[in-house]
Every structure is written in structure tokens, then in C-alpha cells.
Design a protein around this ligand. Structure first.
Ligand code: 5RP
Length: 292
């Protein structure tokens, strides 16, 4: 192991060079997948921009009713036309989202932690593949805890979901968790995103960091960036812009949308960056113009 032996060669991420085996399909790393996988991925990533605005409101699976998500039945109808994909638990979808919506479905299928645990890194697979199929899920989201106490079981969960979902051509979204021993550095995210992609995840969700362009370049599947704790809207739009500039293929934001005083306008402004090449300044002007 060269890195462990202290033998260092200079790394080259070729950040200016496009991913080599894209073929004519618009999703990174998916050119060699089958029709069903490609159809699901197309429900997530726009064939026009290649990108996606996912709206994460699965927080209740371990955080309960966080601020902004107290009434999903009221929030979701206000936001549904402003995003491309809803990311939630099956309980939230079935009780609070009308089945006639025509957006992508990212179904949370791992669970087991809660905010009153000291260690959030222990989870199980909580949804059978048959139920995911009944829900028409476009991808299955599994939390991974690289470097944490629960690393092995989370990789076991991820692998089981990838294996089961592959039988039905359903993609898997590997979610990189951050926690006590997991620093938000490019070294950590390069390690964690690459592990999850090499294990077979078709999409990876992670956080923005310095040298993000190297994290994205070294990950052979599309990265969608989580928002994290609520930021002022201007800063969240800057982060969204830097993420897309750095090679992310979308945002999967939660609190920075639903804890905004103007969630629909915020989702629209993010969409302008993600799909229409707006800069952060243009998106901020757009947002400000609509919320004055
Ligand atoms: C938990 C998740 C959440 O869906 C997501 O991270 C929350 O989004 P945000 O951080 O933008 O509120 O995947 O790990």
C-alpha cells in the first residue's frame, strides 16, 4: 500500500478533463447500465442539464419533527413543483405525499439511530426490496459511516441494498454521514465517496468542502451535495454554485430549503444554478427579487 508505506507520488485528478466513459448517456458512470437503471436515473437527473434538485425531508427518520418539517402534508404541496426529486421515508411518502406526483423518488431505506443516541452510526436496512418496488422508488438511499464505529454494518447495509435493488434495476444512493470521527475535509470525502462508489452505489450524496473539484473528479458516479445546517440564503446559494462549479451533478438540500422563510423561492433559486447555469450572484438576485 504505497500511501501507507509513505511512498508519495503526486496525485493528478485531471479536474479539467471530462469523465471518459460517459458514452451518450447523461449520467456519469451509467453508460454501461441497463435500460431500467437508465430510466430511473433519468427520473432523477435531467437529460437536458444532466443535473438534479433533490429535496431531502427524511430527517424525521432519526431527528423526529425538526423545525420546518412539523407538517409534511402542508409543506410538500407547496414545494413539489419546485424540485426534481423528493427524498423521504416510506412513512412520509405514504401519509403526506399524494401518489399522483410526477417527480423522482429517492426512498430512505436505512434507519436505526436517533438524536438521543451517543453514537448515530448503527443502522439496519429498514425497507424490503418488494416494498421499495411497490413505491416505484427511483433510488434507494442508505447511510454510510466510513471511519465510525458502525462502518462495517453500514457497508453491509449498502451492499445488501445494492445487491437486492440491482435485481430490479433500481439504483442505490450512498449517503456519506459526517460525525465525531469524520472530519469535513477533502481527504475524508475523497476516501468515503470513492469507497461508496466502488462498492456499487450509483449516486453519492456528500458535503461540500475545499478542493471539492478533486472529490468530484475522483468519484466515478454523480455526486449530489447535502445542505447541512441552515445557512443564510445567500451563503447557501454560494455553496450550491461552488458545488456545481466543482463538478457536483446536483444538490440534495433539506434544511436550507425547508427552514427558509421562502422555501419555494429558495428551491427555485437553487434550480437556476443547477439547471440554468446561473451564478450565485444571479441566483441571489433572483431570490431577492421574488421575496422582497
Ligand atoms: C441525513 C440525510 C438527510 O437527508 C440530509 O443530509 C439532510 O439534508 P440537509 O443536511 O440539507 O438538511 O441524508 O444524513
Amino acid at each position: 500500500m504505497a500511501d501507507l508505506d509513505g511512498i508519495k507520488i503526486e496525485k493528478n485528478y485531471y479536474t479539467d478533463t471530462a469523465f471518459a466513459t460517459g458514452g451518450d448517456f447523461h449520467v456519469k458512470g451509467a453508460a454501461n447500465l441497463d435500460w431500467g437503471m437508465k430510466k430511473h436515473l433519468t427520473n432523477i437527473f435531467s437529460p437536458k442539464s444532466g443535473n438534479t434538485v433533490m429535496f431531502a425531508f427524511d430527517h424525521g427518520y432519526f431527528m423526529g419533527s425538526v423545525s420546518g418539517l412539523e407538517r409534511l402534508d402542508i409543506l410538500i404541496p407547496r414545494l413539489i413543483d419546485h424540485v426534481d426529486v423528493l427524498m423521504a421515508t416510506r412513512g412520509a411518502f405514504r401519509t403526506c405525499v399524494k401518489p399522483d406526483f410526477r417527480k423522482g423518488i429517492a426512498l430512505r431505506v436505512s434507519a436505526g439511530s436517533s438524536m438521543i443516541n451517543d453514537d448515530l452510526s448503527h443502522e439496519i436496512v429498514s425497507v424490503d426490496i418488494e416494498d421499495a418496488i411497490r413505491m416505484n422508488a427511483d433510488c434507494l438511499a442508505v447511510q454510510t459511516f466510513i471511519g465510525a464505529d458502525g462502518q462495517l454494518e453500514s457497508i453491509d447495509n449498502l451492499s445488501k441494498v445494492i445487491n437486492a435493488a440491482a435485481r430490479y434495476s433500481i439504483p442505490t444512493l450512498g449517503v456519506i454521514a459526517v460525525g465525531k470521527n469524520m472530519e469535513r475535509t477533502d481527504q475524508y470525502f475523497k476516501l468515503a465517496t470513492r469507497i461508496v462508489a466502488e462498492l456499487g452505489a450509483h449516486i453519492v450524496k456528500t458535503y461540500y468542502c475545499d478542493k471539492f473539484e478533486e472529490v468530484a473528479a475522483a468519484c466515478p458516479v454523480p455526486i449530489v451535495v447535502a445542505g447541512g445546517k441552515k445557512l443564510p440564503e445567500k451563503e447557501a446559494l454560494e455553496m450550491a454554485y461552488r458545488s456545481i462549479q466543482g463538478g457536483a451533478r446536483g444538490l440534495d438540500m433539506g434544511r436550507n430549503i425547508f427552514q427558509s422563510y421562502h422555501p419555494a423561492e429558495m428551491a427555485d433559486a437553487i434550480g437556476k444554478i443547477v439547471h440554468e447555469k446561473f451564478t450565485d450572484k444571479e441566483a441571489w438576485e433572483y431570490y431577492s427579487g421574488r421575496t422582497r
